[in-house]
Write a protein that binds this ligand. Structure first.
Ligand code: PEP
Ligand code: MG
Length: 578
């Protein structure tokens, strides 16, 4: 039994077999095919070889045109390697006689060449190792790429082991047999983590290169509370975790009883608990958990995992479904938040600093055709229920004004075409960068509401990448600087007489509930599965006690001490659970 520690990003426990699905990094799992599949696998390999040869030829032509023939010639050597008879024979033999998968055959054969060239004394020849690595990577990308287009599916209950999973890969997971996610990289605020939580899959990220030691079909336990991955657990550990799974099931059943009860504190303050969703089918989970509405609909997931761009009608149909399924409760549709780690199709050219680059509202304002399609669909859907529109990552007033201008142009178009829409559609912004908090008094004059997106606010306040496990300890929602900004946002919104909600992951973490109530928040939007637990806290505390806690925290300047105090207060609230 071995235990690996990572970052817990989605709670829950799963016990299942490992399924190694992704090896962008060196190791390819040792997998075999049946005798009957040999010919098909050989064909897969031959097709991949042809495609890679084509890719190399294209690179050669492009480079030769841009820089001259002498540079293009670099690729001739690569082409020769792909066509090398010995290499091809070795690959074919591995598949035909040893029944390796094409991927495993490639990794084994190339490893021999790479090791050989790495050891030769001649520095010129040593460089050939890099060329082999390059071709190996191209081949694996093609072989895995063909797989990646398919849905990530499992034949048995499985825990996915990957170097990384993009939000689009997450969006395409088989929801029947996949029971948990473990990745080598990834940080506490990554969108993949958010999707895992939405799908109620336990997830641990940032485990590091240890994962390469895990083979497909090894028994694993994933502990999404503690961030642990237990490989080949012993009987006693399995029993202990099976007990925990059972306890969680009982707690869930108990909390279900809260569904139709209001989230009112012991001293009578009402807290509105709404839900964050990524996929339309989650409306069912919202109803089941007693959400008062959808406080954040991350519409970009309509794009992720799709081959082609949704039309206006596609948007409209999806919004209509969510509105219908939410049975009249309010829905905040956030416009596309693509870019950074959420890339659709070929995306735009890679950026040096994608999180500081062309993402979110900035991308929408560049790509106005796409943006218009979405806004028109939102406007058309606005007559079907209580709909609001929200722009993500607004960092300047100019961006808000541009977006609102587009919206009012579209309203005029619809009016001319006699298409119904709600002229009083409420407009809000996500507050997720310090500049929007600082300027909130001005923003407030031009919007109806804000939603505080702490996932990004933490990253932009502390200059810490939400996806990077190396800086994960710095990514702290209760850092005093973050808390001051949240307080400023709440106070400015109140002064400006606009509504304020908090929709970052922080809102769904029970550790922060008392503090947020104490800071004056009366509306939270959280992942649907978190609603019952947060509601239970709201119904147990008094707002007065929460205010006292917030006052104490305001005097503190150390994130770890703040967290300790918050944990202690939560423990005191439910002493029996300790
Ligand atoms: C946030 O940044 O807090 C937020 C809710 O938006 P997302 O997580 O989708 O970036
Ligand atoms: Mg955000």
């Amino acid at each position: 039994m071995r235990v690996f520690q990572g970052i817990a990003v989605s709670p829950g426990v799963a016990i299942a077999k490992a399924m190694v699905v992704d090896d962008k990094q060196p190791k390819v799992s040792r997998r075999f095919i049946s005798r009957a599949n040999v010919e098909a696998e050989l064909k897969r390999l031959a097709d991949a070889m042809d495609l890679v040869a084509e890719q190399i030829q294209t690179s050669q032509d492009e480079v030769a045109t841009e820089l001259g023939d002498q540079y293009g010639a670099i690729f001739s050597a690569h082409l020769q390697m792909v066509r090398d008879e010995k290499l091809n024979e070795s690959l074919i033999d591995s598949i035909r006689y040893r029944h390796y998968t094409a991927e495993y055959a490639v990794s084994q054969s190339f490893a021999r060449y790479i090791q050989f060239f790495e050891r030769v004394p001649n520095p010129f020849l040593r460089e050939r190792a890099g060329d082999f690595r390059d071709i190996e990577q191209r081949l694996l990308n093609v072989l895995f790429g063909a797989d990646a287009k398919r849905k990530l599916a499992a034949k048995q209950p499985s825990i996915v082991i990957a170097h990384d999973l993009t939000p689009s890969e997450m969006a395409n997971l088989d929801r029947v047999n996949i029971r948990g996610i473990v990745t080598e990289v990834g940080g506490p605020g990554s969108h993949s983590a958010i999707v895992a939580e939405a799908l109620e899959l336990p997830a641990v990220v940032g485990v590091g290169s240890h994962l390469r030691e895990i083979q497909t079909d090894t028994t694993l336990i994933i502990d999404g509370h503690q961030g642990r991955v237990i490989v080949q657990p012993d009987e006693e550990t399995i029993l202990r975790y099976e007990n925990e799974v059972e306890q969680q099931r009982q707690t869930k059943i108990k909390l279900r009883g809260l569904r139709d009860l209001p989230a009112v504190t012991a001293d009578g303050e009402t807290i509105t608990l709404m839900a964050n969703i990524e996929f339309p089918h989650e409306a069912d989970a919202c109803i089941e958990r007693g959400a008062s509405g959808v406080g954040l609909y991350r519409t970009e997931f309509l794009y992720l995992g799709q081959e082609s761009e949704p039309t206006e009608e596609d948007h409209y149909q999806v919004y209509s479904k969510v509105i219908r399924d939410m049975q009249g409760s309010p829905i905040v549709i956030r416009t596309l938040d693509l870019g950074a780690d959420k890339i659709f199709g070929d995306g735009h050219p890679p950026e040096q600093n994608p999180f500081l680059g062309l993402r979110s509202i900035r991308l929408s304002l560049r790509n106005t055709d796409q943006f218009r399609r979405q806004l028109r669909a939102i406007l058309r859907a606005s007559v079907l229920g209580d709909v609001s529109v929200m722009f993500p990552l607004v960092s300047t007033l100019h961006e808000l004004r541009q977006a609102k201008m587009l919206l009012s142009d579209l309203m005029e178009d619809l009016e001319e075409q006699s298409i119904a829409f709600n002229r009083d559609l409420k407009v809000g912004i996500m507050v997720e960068v310090p500049s929007s908090v600082i300027m909130l008094d001005r923003f407030a004059q031009e919007i109806d509401f804000i939603s505080i997106g702490t996932n990004d606010l933490v990253q932009y306040t502390l200059a810490v990448d939400r996806n990077n496990p190396d800086v994960a300890p710095l990514y702290n929602s209760c850092d005093p600087a973050v808390l001051r900004l949240i307080q400023m946002a709440v106070d400015s919104a109140r002064k400006g007489d606009i509504d304020v909600t908090l929709c970052g992951q922080m809102g769904g973490n029970p550790v922060y509930t008392m503090l947020l109530i104490g800071m004056g928040l009366r509306s939270l939007s959280v992942t649907p599965s978190a609603i019952p637990e947060i509601k239970q806290i709201c119904r147990t505390v008094s707002a007065q006690k929460c205010r006292e806690l917030a006052t104490r925290v305001r005097d503190m300047d150390n994130a770890w001490e703040i967290k300790r105090l918050l944990r202690e207060n939560l423990r005191q609230l439910f002493p029996d659970d300790a």
